[in-house]
Design a protein around this ligand. Structure first.
Ligand SMILES: Cc1ncc(COP(=O)(O)O)c(C=O)c1O
Length: 395
């Protein structure tokens, strides 16, 4: 082993630690759910992307078992060599039907879907116009292609219009935005974005990782919530959050786009097939969500209840409808101490501060789930209020 190299990396890790930016991982010794076992204690979990409570749902687990029994453990291949089973095609069709698109392509992760979507579709003559707070995987994907890059100020439609005008001489233009933004729970103004796209002859792409399955009256996502179903060119999403929580991602859209991605998208061509157990379970999830809106309705109720009670308790919350609820504390040390005190009260949440969010915007991000029961929500609200009073955050 090269000792100079190891020493340099060791020093750099130490610098991260000294700057207070070292990310520690708490170890869970139970399935993911509303109650989890962390460090030998059972705590209430308010920081997973388990929006619909499907990560440990008996029907999902049963479907995963059945898929292992009938289709095996793994495919040991990329899709185009010998890695496509009937269930992969079935899942792609079900995702398309759910989202209202023509076709869908699966990836090992949404990170790969975003990483592999731009380069096959856009070249030097084209322009990608991206919200400044878009997910890291979109940023990386855009970097991998030769299109001209334009950034608009987060959620600012006037600036988006200006960027569209600046990109006017490009062959194709595409506006790219997260459907729901994971730090603030902001839901993109897709109705306005679609109008601007029509005015400037641009396509629209949304990343629905924090939307698919629960945003909109039947959970189709941001395009349903904003009343623009059928008007989005490209939708990327994950199977690793609301739709079961294992892993896997997808890109969905027009037939030609998906055909081209199957031919040229590198994370699809050069990476292994999604495992049969995940595919079988995801089919069961989509069947469940197509039959009933029960889970997304419960999540909506939980979200409204928690947001209302926390506001009444005196907390400063970013307003909105999303189950991501940012409790604003502004100070990084306060956010960290607050989260540590909540853990002692049996509530597991995470404090976010610079550089994850802007300086002076430290917060605790609560994520609600359909798996939370009334008693869980009430226990969390009581604990937040107790810690808030003892730390002087609440009067
Ligand atoms: C907006 C957004 N896009 C993409 C991803 C990547 O998803 P995956 O975990 O499936 O790679 C995430 C996950 O953090 C996300 O929040």
């Amino acid at each position: 082993m090269n000792s100079k190299f190891r020493e340099r990396i060791g020093r750099e890790v130490e610098e991260i630690r000294e700057a207070g930016l070292f990310k520690k991982e708490r170890v869970i010794a139970s399935p993911q759910g509303p109650e989890i076992e962390v460090n030998g204690a059972t705590v209430l979990n308010f920081c997973a992307n388990n929006y619909l409570g499907l990560s440990d749902h008996p029907k999902v687990i049963e479907a995963a078992h059945q898929a292992i029994d009938s289709r095996g453990y793994g495919l040991s291949s990329v899709r185009f060599i010998c890695g496509t089973q009937d269930i992969h095609k079935e899942l792609e069709q079900k995702i398309s039907a759910f989202l209202g698109t023509e076709d869908t392509i699966l990836y090992a992760a949404a990170f790969d879907a975003n990483g592999g979507v731009f380069e096959p579709l856009f070249g030097e003559q084209d322009a990608i116009i991206s919200d400044s707070l878009n997910h890291a995987s979109i940023i990386d994907g855009v970097r991998l292609c030769k299109a001209k890059r334009f950034r608009y100020e987060h959620n600012n439609m006037a600036d988006l219009e200006k960027q569209l005008q600046d990109a006017a001489d490009s062959r194709s233009r595409i506006i790219v935005t997260d459907g729901s933004f994971s730090m603030d729970g902001t839901i993109a103004q897709l109705d306005k974005i679609v109008e601007l796209a029509a005015k400037y002859d641009a396509a629209v792409m949304i990343d629905e990782c924090h939307s698919s399955g629960f945003i909109g009256k039947t959970g189709r996502g941001t395009h349903e919530y904003r009343g623009v179903l059928g008007r989005i060119d490209i939708i990327t999403g994950t199977l690793g959050k609301a739709l079961g929580g294992a892993s896997g991602g997808f890109t969905s859209g027009g037939r030609e786009v998906i055909d081209m991605l199957r031919q040229k998208s590198r994370p699809y061509l050069f990476s292994n097939t999604v495992a049969p157990s995940i595919v079988g379970a995801s089919i069961a999830v989509l069947d469940m969500l197509t039959k009933t809106t029960e889970l997304r309705d419960k999540l909506e109720y939980n979200t409204k209840y928690f947001r209302t009670k926390m506001t009444e308790a005196g907390f400063d919350i970013k307003p909105g409808d999303h189950p991501i609820v940012p409790i604003m504390l502004y100070d990084a040390v306060v956010a960290q101490d607050f989260a540590a005190s909540l853990l002692e009260e049996g509530i597991y949440v995470i404090g976010f501060f610079f550089p994850v969010v802007a300086k002076g915007q430290a917060r605790i991000r609560v994520q609600l789930s359909a798996a939370h029961e009334q008693a869980h929500l009430d226990k969390a609200i009581t604990a937040f209020t107790k810690v808030g009073r003892s730390m002087g955050v609440l009067k």
